[in-house]
Design a binder for this molecule. Structure first.
Ligand SMILES: Cc1ncc(COP(=O)(O)O)c(C=O)c1O
Length: 379
């Protein structure tokens, strides 16, 4: 391997949310979704050069930025996007909140998956919009949407569906057929769609690929805001930059409400990091995927050997969604925390009896975490 993912990094006392939120050095924190790996050397070098310039004035998005993103989307996903459809945002989360706020009236409601990354739900509650949950079901080891049951959830006030692919926390990489079925369901019910695809660069299965929902058909594209970012893949979420793709000018206008006013633009370093990752990050990303895949395989073999725990296929990202229902413990999150392992509680995503384990870390740390889980499961 040309890049080092194995040497432990020390993130204590860096104000890291993941590492510095627990008082005790005894807690291994595998929760919030960032990784314990340094960003690719190309990103670090580009940032160093920019920092060494010493002047950090107001900076607009580089003129070539949208075209670079459009080329990247074509290279990675064979998705043809006009650079004009792209709106640069500071973060995916701000895009989620703006979308819900702008695409729904106060008496209109939103469909969201369950389980789901909590900000999709919070975007609805903070805008005071009712939402209905689309429960994912485990089918052949994959968390999928039972699309033929979704019409029961729709009322004439349902106007927007939020979607997440690859799925967080379930880690499903949806197939073309599944996307087509869901997209067409939204078209038939005249729903806007907001598709959070922040984990797109982290598909682990070599026989799977990320397919943007909006790339399925022009009709779906006209109804969809796609939110993407390289923050997750190249591990610089603390610098942060995202983009929305919206073919429909109505949606493009909606996603820009508040931008440069109540919503600050990305910092100048975010443009630098993102462009460096686009230009030169691919060899690093490929090795990252291989490393995460071997971490994932470690999790499969350990978790499947523990009575009371189970896990679905982990097709994308570095988040393991572990089912602890059969442990018969009232609070699995607390059980593991008391033993020195911080995971994300399943309740954050809508499922109390699950935990989410971040395996974007060195193998030695992951092994330590799995040993803690194993010893607790025998309580
Ligand atoms: C599905 C999903 N969307 C959005 C985010 C956060 O994105 P950002 O940091 O760009 O706001 C995360 C972070 O974990 C995520 O998992």
């Amino acid at each position: 391997m040309a890049f080092d993912f194995d040497t432990p990094t020390n993130r204590l006392k860096t104000d890291s949310i993941r590492w510095d939120s627990f008082d005790s050095k005894e807690v291994l924190p595998l929760w919030v979704a960032d990784m314990d790996f340094k960003s690719p050397p190309c990103v670090i070098e580009a940032l160093s050069d920019r920092v060494n310039q010493g002047i950090y004035g107001y900076t607009h998005s580089p003129h070539q930025m949208n075209a670079m993103i459009a080329d990247y989307l074509y290279e990675q996903y064979q998705w043809k996007v006009d650079p004009e459809w792209i709106v640069i945002l500071p973060s995916v989360v701000s895009g989620l909140y703006t979308t819900v706020q702008q695409l729904t009236e106060s008496d209109e409601s939103v469909l969201i998956p369950n389980p789901i990354y909590h900000h999709l739900r919070l975007a609805c509650t903070s805008a005071n919009r009712p939402f209905q949950e689309m429960p994912l079901e485990l089918k052949d080891g994959r968390w999928v949407l039972p699309v033929n049951e979704l019409s029961n959830l729709i009322t004439n006030k349902t106007v927007l569906a939020l979607f997440c692919n690859p799925q967080n926390p379930g880690s499903t990489v949806f197939t073309r057929e599944e996307l087509k079925e869901f997209g067409n369901f939204c078209l038939e019910n005249n729903l806007w769609i907001c598709s959070d695809e922040i984990h797109a660069g982290l598909v682990l299965d070599s026989n799977k690929k990320h397919i943007p929902l909006a790339s399925i058909s022009k009709d779906i594209s006209e109804k969809t805001i796609t939110l993407m970012s390289l923050n997750k893949t190249f591990n610089f979420p603390g610098i942060g930059l995202a983009w929305a793709v919206a073919e429909n000018p109505v949606l493009r206008k909606a996603i820009q409400v508040g931008l440069h006013q109540t919503i600050a633009p990305p910092s100048l370093l975010a443009y630098t990091a993102t462009m460096a990752a686009i230009k030169e990050g691919e060899p690093w990303r490929k090795e990252l995927i291989a490393y995460l895949r071997s971490n994932r395989d470690l999790i499969y073999s350990k978790i499947n050997s523990i009575d009371g725990l189970s896990i679905g296929n982990m097709e994308g990202s570095y988040l393991a969604w572990i089912n602890c229902t059969k442990l018969n413990h009232p609070d699995p999150y607390q059980l593991f925390l008391d033993a020195g392992l911080a995971t994300s509680p399943g309740s954050q995503f809508g499922q109390q009896k699950f935990i989410r384990l971040n395996f974007g870390t060195q193998k030695a740390r992951l092994t330590q975490a799995l040993n803690i889980i194993e010893s607790c499961a025998k309580f």
